[in-house]
Ligand binder design. Sequence first.
Ligand code: GLU
Length: 376
Amino acid sequence: MTKARTALKKVQRIVVKVGTSTITYPNCSRNFARIDKLARELADLHNQGKEIILVTSGAVAVGVERLGLKSKPKTIPGKQAAAAVGQGILMNTYEKFFSEYGQIVAQVLLTRTEVLDRHHYTNSRNTFMTLLKQKVIPIVNENDVVALDDLKIGDNDNMSALVAGIADADLIILLSDVDGLYTANPSTHPEAKLVPEVPAITPEIEASAGEAGSGFATGGMATKIQAAKAATSSGISLVIASGTEENAITRILSGEAVGTLFISRENRLQFRKRWLAFGARVAGKLIVDAGCAKALQKKGACSILPAGIAGVEGTFEAGHTVSVVDGAGHELARGLTHYGSAELAKIKGHKSTEILELLGHKSYDEVIHRDDLIIL
Ligand code: GLU
């Protein structure tokens, strides 16, 4: 077993993506046997203490079947209408199978806004964290009904990379009708071999993936490589494997050489801390009181509450990166703030129980959560 595969045994938070062809038949009806196996396997991994996020396609196909259409609609409103019909049925199906295995699920529909807009990003991130803490398996799809053009991510491979980033996952597993990355197009080159591990995505690999739906790209290899690139460059490894492979997820998580593993050079936490420390633009400063400064120096990362904040510098919004300094201006830490500078001016020095009264709303007790803080 290679070092990179062995490391997968330790993976804790996983995004699993299933493609339409994995959970439906060519006639668009649901493949209950497959969905049942998937729910059973994910519920079992969850029982072992893993945290799972499922990204699922299939809304359009299931809608097409329920509406009795002969083929997938060509127009955008047609596709959106089919997705609107299908999404509910899809969730109902997952709900049925997952509850059979004692597992709670949640529907999460995302658009590009959640990635581009800081406020939405922070909110969806906190929703994922809360669901995972409550031992729920979030089931994600694109909000096809509202997602148009510039708001659309377009494919669930890239969506999986975005979700893994938002939710700080360690690994993405893309299950579809391809076994992984091959050295050449296996349908025209029978001698083509499956590549078990990709340490770096070279321009040749990107070029060989081609465009979705053409030649080598049958099964959408292009979007999978894009997702792998986005994931590995932000500290997340990714595996492409076949959705028909028995117990593929469990076997991947036990280090078995299933599919193609795109190796990330550092783990997500290291990446996140490095990004917070050096990559993110610092939008302002929080000056903390002596008690809070001492706690940060002694205890390491702890959440910063409004009570410990003595002053605020700069103009920033919730979700921005701020620098945490002591009374003498020494930078102690950096982190993502849950409150903007205008709100902080009102709540600084106060107890968290007073936030609601002071602002008229309260999203969080802490200004910076310890998970979003790096001590410098
Ligand atoms: N969101 C689409 C659906 O559920 C699928 C997108 C994709 O297949 O990547 O039908």
